[in-house]
Structures are given as C-alpha cells and as structure tokens.
Design a protein around this ligand. Structure first.
Ligand code: ADP
Ligand code: MG
Ligand code: ZN
Length: 477
C-alpha cells in the first residue's frame, strides 16, 4: 500500500455570549429547570415571529474580524429542514449563502515547531436545538427545550489539518481567542464550545481527498485527540485490508476510546435549505463594523513593539506571539518578577518547550506564572544554575511545584556550623566588601548575603544567613 496521510477539517460550534436567545428574549442560562426558559418563538408555535438578537450578530462579526474573515454586510438566514423531536420548528435557522463571514485564518504551531496557517471556509450564525433526555429506567424520552434557540456560530475550516496534534492545537488557540474576545464563555463541559471532526486519508502528496468520516459533537480537547488517533488507525486498517472507507457520521465513545457509526451517507439528510422568510437579511452597518474593529485586541505588530520596548529581541517577541496565550502568561509572570529578558529566557528554554510537548496552553499547565517568575529569579540570583534546572524542571512542570519552596524545603541547611563554613569562605574571598561592612557601610550586607545564598545553592535561609554573617563580621561569632 502506498503511504497515506490524514486530512482533517473542523466544524466548531461556539455558543455566543448573550443573555438571551437568538430570536426571542428567553434566557440562555444553563442548568435551569427544564422547559422554563421557553416561549412561543423558541418552541416553534405557529405564527410566532423570530426577531434577531443584535448582540449575537455583533459577536459573530467580531469573531470574523479577529480571525481575518471577510464580514458580509448583508447575509441571509435559511431554514435547514430536518425532523428531530428536540427541534420544535422542524428546521434549524442557519445561514447557507451568504453567511455572515467568509474566509479567514488562524496560525498554529505544528508538532515540529513550525508555523502553519489554517484557512477558514466560513463562519455562520445558527440556533441550537433542544435536548432529548432518554430515561431508560422508565422507558421514556423527555424533551427539554431550554437550549432551543440558543445562539451559536459555526466556524468551518478548510481540510488542512494533518493530525491530532494540529487539530487540538488549533482548537485550543481558537478557544482562547474567542473567550478573550468575549465572543463565547467557552465552557466546554456545558457544551458552549464543541466540534465535529471530518477526517480522511489520502496518498501522501496527492491533491485528491479521500472519503471522510465525520465524528460528531466532541466537547473536550482530549476526546478530539483520542477520536482522531483512533479514526486514523481504523481507516488505515481498512485501506491495508483493501477495503473502502465509507462516508459516515460517527460517534466517539469516550469510555471505549472508539468511534462507531451513527448513519451512513445513504441515510444522510437532504436539508432542503431555503431562505427563512420570517427574518429580514442580516445587516452589519459601516458604523458597527468600525466600532467592532476598534474593540479588537491590539494587533500583533503593536504587541511586538511593546515586547521589544521591554527589551526582548523581535524574534523572541514573535515566538511569544506564535504560541497560544504565551504573551498573556509572560505578562502575568512579569507581575511577579519584572525582569522581562530573564522571564522570557526561562520561558523559551524550559517552559514553552514543555507546553509544546504536551500540546497544552501555558494556562493549562500546573506551573503558573508566579512559579515561573520565582524560577527566573532563582536563576538570575545565581541560586539555581541552568544544569540544575534542566534536571529539575520536568518535575516542577508536571507537578506544578514552586521552585522557591522546593529549594527551601529540600535541603535547607539546618546546621549553623555548615552555614558558618560557607560564610567564612565568602568573607575570606571578598575581603574588600567585608572591610567596607566593618567600616560601617551596612548596605553591603545584602550583597554578601546574596553570595552566601549562591554558594549554598539556595539552601541557606536568608534571614539566618544575614544574622550569622553580621555576627561573624562584627566578631560576635
Ligand atoms: P458538510 O457540511 O456536509 O459536513 P462540508 O463540505 O461543508 O460538508 O465540509 C465540512 C467540513 O469537512 C469542512 O471542515 C471541510 O474542511 C471538511 N472536509 C470536507 N471534505 C473532507 C475530506 N475529504 N477529508 C477531511 N475533511 C473534509
Ligand atoms: Mg458537517
Ligand atoms: Zn423563547
């Protein structure tokens, strides 16, 4: 068999951060008593007329602007017809042509560390369905329509991702961006950010895509990764046996770690899209577009200028900009230790590679910015050398240990005799400074304490060291 490679395209549903639903004023609260946030519009009563939620429109356009999409100032709602008990209208109100946003892109870091642009096909507005709850004990199904009519955007990528690493990296970066923009709250366990994964294999280098499976409704990054790896294996095995991959809709069973077929293409829906006659075209005015552009976070060039003004080299600044949330993490670390170059260098050498290896964002790691700051300071003070950090870092990182505390707890010098030995060494190797102290230049003490700390590899207790040092220099000890 010729070598094959996976191709992945994602359809992401993000719940827009609105108080009310897309076409009525019912609340979007999660976890309310079933069927309490409903009205004649979101339950599809005959004659009820939907009215567009302005804020949902703004958030969708804002997402598009932040992702470099073209925002269509006029777009249309269509009815996407299908029958399902939790879809009271008998259709989903969605956008086919034109959607609110077209095109766009997001850069990700590949497994090898390179930058890769992933293109977006479109972003459109649509409403969510209700929920069926199957009560197997009682042998009945219940329907909760609280979620029906909740505003969503669907973001559709081109089939350009090459495996679970890239797909998960893409989703994490997108999630972080949309949450930071306030477009979605992004609570995945509540279904506010979920995705369908389309995946196929093709001969390496071929321009023709293979037949795809579509794994529906994944709501955790971990499951996305597992589902993709499983599906690549499954499809590879089929090709190896000379069998065909069927175009199917799949469900990922997270308990088993396997995908299984929900329906084949033969049973696939024909949605019979047609324009939704109850809603006027969606309009984004020039004023709104300008205002939204003004609300976007600083563009990368501006952030880069700021990083350079802090003393970073441009290529270092770009490295932070490339990685998900790295600039935010860096800024937070500076809040604990305001030495940009030193903080950056610890991020570059130890922290970011560890995040990359795990394919997690900085804030997902247990090693928070305050810990990184403390590590950078210990290194800058010469208390921890690079070699030592190389040895310890993976432990710090995976367990989320505070380096300062670790050092203090580890092997703190309990024995005054040992500490005094170090103090004597420091004093005898720095006669000039010691002399100055004796002559009354008290400020120099902290310099000498620093040397004791360094000499003891951080194992000395600074207060104790300072007292003993004073005693020794003034002849009391
Ligand atoms: P549908 O709406 O029927 O699911 P689309 O053509 O809109 O189909 O594609 C949906 C998603 O599937 C997009 O993200 C696209 O990139 C991806 N996709 C389409 N064809 C393939 C394929 N052969 N392999 C992998 N992904 C694909
Ligand atoms: Mg699809
Ligand atoms: Zn309603």
């Amino acid at each position: 068999m010729e070598p094959m490679e996976p191709v992945i395209g994602l359809e992401i549903h993000a719940q827009l951060n609105t108080r009310t639903k897309l076409f009525c004023s019912c609340a979007t609260d999660f976890g309310a008593q079933p069927n309490t946030n409903i009205c004649e519009i979101c339950t599809g009563q005959p004659g009820a007329l939907p009215r567009m939620n302005k804020r949902a429109l703004e958030l969708a356009a804002k997402a598009g602007l932040a992702l470099g999409s073209h925002v269509n100032q006029v777009s249309l709602f269509s009815r996407k017809n299908y029958f399902y008990p939790d879809l009271p209208n008998g259709f989903q109100t969605s956008q086919l042509d034109p959607p609110i946003c077209q095109g766009g892109e997001l850069a990700i870091t590949t497994a090898s560390g390179a930058q890769k642009i992933v293109h977006l096909n479109r972003i459109h507005l649509e409403d969510d369905a209700g929920k069926c709850i199957h009560d197997e004990k009682r042998g009945i199904s219940l329907i909760d329509l609280n979620r029906a009519g909740t505003p969503l955007i669907e973001i559709v990528t081109e089939p350009e991702l090459s495996g679970s690493f890239e797909a998960v990296g893409f989703l994490k970066k997108l999630h972080s961006l949309l949450v930071r923009l306030g477009v979605t709250k992004g609570r995945m366990e509540e279904g506010e950010f979920r995705c369908d994964v389309n995946i196929s294999l093709k001969p390496v280098g071929s321009a023709v895509l293979g037949v795809r499976g579509e794994i529906k409704n994944l709501n955790s990054f971990k499951f996305v990764g597992q589902a993709i790896d499983y599906e690549i294996q499954r499809q590879t095995a089929l090709y190896e046996r000379g069998q065909k991959v069927l175009q199917e809709t799949l469900h990922f069973d997270s308990a088993k770690g396997q995908t299984r077929s929900l329906r084949s293409k033969e049973e696939a829906h024909d949605y019979r899209y047609f324009p939704q006659p109850d809603l006027p075209p969606v309009q984004v005015s020039d004023e709104l577009l300008e205002r939204l552009k003004g609300e976007l976070p600083d563009p990368p060039e501006k952030i880069l200028d700021r990083l350079v003004s802090l003393g970073l080299r441009p290529e270092n600044g770009r490295l932070l900009l490339e990685r998900t949330d790295a600039v935010e993490y860096f800024d937070r670390a500076l809040g604990f230790y305001n030495e940009p170059v030193k903080v950056f260098s610890v991020m570059e050498e130890f922290f970011l590679p560890a995040c990359h290896k795990e394919n997690i964002g900085p804030f997902e790691s247990l090693f928070g910015p305050e810990k990184l700051a403390s590590l950078a300071k210990l290194m800058a003070d010469g208390i921890l050398g690079r070699r030592k950090v190389q040895e310890l870092f993976s432990d710090f990182f995976t367990k989320g240990l505070d380096p300062q505390k670790e050092l203090a707890g580890h092997a703190q010098i309990k024995d005054d005799g040992e500490l005094m030995g170090i103090i004597k060494e420091v004093v005898s190797s720095h006669p000039k400074e010691s002399e100055k102290y004796k002559k009354g230049e008290k400020k120099i003490l902290s310099f000498l304490v620093g040397l004791v700390m360094k000499q003891s590899q951080g194992r000395a207790e600074p207060k104790k060291a300072s007292e003993l040092l004073k005693d020794y220099l003034t002849g009391k000890a």
